[in-house]
Write a protein that binds this ligand. Structure first.
Ligand SMILES: NC(=O)c1ccc[n+]([C@@H]2O[C@H](COP(=O)([O-])OP(=O)(O)OC[C@H]3O[C@@H](n4cnc5c(N)ncnc54)[C@H](OP(=O)(O)O)[C@@H]3O)[C@@H](O)[C@H]2O)c1
Length: 340
């Protein structure tokens, strides 16, 4: 049984991580919930027991085996090394350590072997990247992915509790025909809008969110030659990110072959019956753990290019589920005696 700390327990991902530890029956011997001083007086419930959310501190990490962390990057940069120095393994959802050469960046369906070389911190990738690489992995194994062009339709919960709140308050104002509060989380009103702007712009014209998809995909897939060309867009959807993906492979791959590969791939559910209006939908994926794939088509002018639609719950497989799966893989690495 493990001593677990959930850091960022008051947040959108933290809440899902607590629920997933329950649902997946993770061997929790003891658990503590940590966040900032702002959460003083708040509590969280695990297996029927309600416990206070404590302020983060060095002392809070003593005796903890596994830290599941979901705080802003700057907070993780400060505290994750402290937790690791206290003997815990940290699974970190922030972008703080993802591209560090001594930190594995892991999606268990793609590169579980990288968990073994962790030095106390394992990074969880960006939500948009996770669902894309889970879908690409079977194609890469069969026909080698060379280039990916992706446009995302990302839900507001990707921006945490404040993102959800902003869509809710703007929707409420629109229904009441009242003046909407000034946007604070997003650069523009998100209600009735699509905003092609997630994270900060770089001098190249891409955003940091887009470049995460480029760099993280290569690191997770272990292939620096994969070309990724992304456009990331925030849409007024509460949960689940959707992605339109064009993938070019070294060897041509037919629609039927791709569908067959996805049908047996771990973590993927194929929904591809357009004639019956059956394809992946954000609302259907919310609260579920799989990556959903459909609308599979051949490029009309290239036989080595496929297009598809890919949907997954960003708070679950895009964050909390992936983190808990990593913790489960960590347990498998322990000698049998230590697990008993
Ligand atoms: N949302 C997603 O879909 C998603 C997906 C993948 C990765 N991530 C990453 O996961 C992290 C958390 O995202 P989220 O969506 O859960 O955000 P969120 O809802 O805003 O939650 C942030 C959490 O961090 C805590 N926190 C903030 N400042 C802190 C500090 N100084 N000390 C200790 N705790 C502090 C907050 O505690 P208080 O409530 O006390 O402030 C809260 O529990 C981010 O790095 C994000 O990029 C998010």
């Amino acid at each position: 049984m493990k001593s677990v700390a959930v850091v960022g327990a008051s947040g959108a991902v933290g809440d899902r991580m607590i629920r997933l530890l329950e649902q997946r029956d993770f061997p929790v011997g003891s658990i503590k919930f940590l966040a900032s001083e702002r959460s003083a007086g708040k509590s969280a419930t695990f297996r029927g027991e309600t416990m206070p959310i404590e302020p983060i501190s060095r002392d809070a990490f003593r005796g903890v085996d596994i830290v599941l962390s979901s705080t802003p990057g700057a907070v993780s940069r400060q505290w994750s090394p402290i937790a690791a120095s206290c003997g815990a393994v940290v699974v970190d959802n922030s972008s703080a350590f993802r591209m560090e050469s001594d930190v594995p960046l892991v999606v268990p369906e793609v590169n579980p072997h990288d968990i073994a070389w962790n030095k106390g911190i394992i990074a969880n990738p960006n939500c948009s990247t996770i669902q894309m690489v889970v879908a690409l992995k079977p194609l890469h194994d069969a026909a080698r992915v060379r280039r990916v062009v992706v446009s995302t339709y990302q839900s507001v919960s990707g921006a945490g509790m404040k993102g959800i709140f902003e869509l809710e308050t703007q929707t409420e104002a629109a229904v009441k025909q009242a003046a909407a509060p000034t946007p604070s989380k997003f650069a523009h009103p998100i209600f009735g809008n699509c905003i092609p702007h997630i994270d900060e712009f770089l001098p190249t014209g891409y955003t940091k969110e887009e470049m995460k998809m480029v760099h993280e995909t290569r690191k997770i897939m272990g292939d620096a030659s994969i070309e990724v060309c992304p456009t990331c867009v925030r849409v007024p959807v509460p949960f689940s990110h959707s992605e339109s993906i064009l993938v070019e492979t070294e060897r041509p791959i037919s629609v039927a072959e791709a569908q067959a590969l996805w049908s047996k791939a771990s973590g993927v559910t194929l929904i591809d019956e357009p004639a019956r209006c059956r394809y992946p939908l954000a609302a259907d994926a919310a609260g579920r753990d799989d990556v959903f794939v459909g609308r599979v088509r051949q490029d009309p002018s290239r036989d080595n290019v496929l297009l598809f639609w890919c949907v997954s719950d960003n708070l679950r497989k895009g964050a909390a589920t992936n983190a808990v799966q990593i913790a489960e893989e960590l347990l498998k690495l322990e000698p049998a005696g230590a697990r008993a």
